[in-house]
Ligand binder design. Structure first.
Ligand code: 5RP
Length: 226
């Protein structure tokens, strides 16, 4: 079992019967979806799932999970998702998979939000390895880009995978990928959040409960209390 598989299986320990589980997006989250499907089948569990993207929705349905749409629920018991960066203070950066609005909704609605990843995700400062993604409304995207651009070092509209058009989120929005020179993450988040046209952004501060991080086949746990 590699490190990503290991954390995906470790997260199964938090799964309880008769619960609603939020499914994440990305290669590590996919491994959790697979492992969850096996556990549900083996133990005949009654579990409903919601998805953080159309991609994880399709994975859930393909895995024969009991998928329900987000407009049917008001809370989630457990949300398990990957991340792009995690600090030892449990600050998390997400968004390579585009759907920040859905990911933030699931994270905030969950009684427990567990981030899973390998050691490559650990950083000392959010934004160290990746630009900060910001999901924005397409209606006046140049205005939003310009406003964010005033406080950013660099802020580009994310292209699609083929590079011939813009990336579009599951909810029809665009994504800016921005680099900032900042001193206080909360202050930066507040400025981004207040910019007209911003729908959501990839900084998850004081939201995750636990990060399960694997390195060389061993899992360590980061909690807010640690
Ligand atoms: C999607 C995300 C992913 O969880 C993040 O990109 C990690 O992906 P992977 O597990 O493939 O490294 O935030 O928006």
């Amino acid at each position: 079992m590699n490190d990503k598989e290991l954390v995906a299986h470790e997260a199964l320990k938090y799964v309880k019967n008769n619960s609603i589980i939020g499914l994440g997006t990305g290669s590590t989250a996919n491994l959790f979806i697979q492992a969850l499907a096996q556990k549900i089948k083996k133990e005949s569990l009654d579990i409903k799932v919601v998805a953080s993207s159309t991609v994880s929705q399709i994975k859930a349905i393909e895995s024969r999970l009991n998928y329900i749409s987000l407009d049917q629920i008001d809370t989630i018991d457990l949300y398990v998702d990957g991340a792009d960066e995690v600090t030892h203070n449990l600050e998390v950066l997400k968004g390579r998979g585009y759907d920040l609005l859905r990911e933030k909704l699931l994270a905030r609605a969950s009684k427990q939000f567990i981030v899973i990843g390998d050691q490559s995700k650990i950083v000392t400062k959010i934004g160290e390895k990746f630009p900060i993604p910001i999901e924005i409304s397409p209606i006046a995207w140049k205005i939003t880009q310009n406003l964010i651009g005033k406080i950013a070092v660099n802020c580009i509209l994310r292209p699609n995978t083929a590079g011939d058009a813009f990336a579009i989120t599951s909810d029809g929005n665009y994504v800016l990928d921005c680099q900032f020179n900042y001193t206080n993450l909360k202050d930066l988040s507040d400025v981004i959040a207040k910019t007209p046209g911003v729908i959501e952004y990839g900084i998850f501060q004081n939201i995750a409960n636990i990060a399960l991080i694997a390195e060389n086949n061993r899992v360590s746990t980061i909690t807010l209390e640690a």
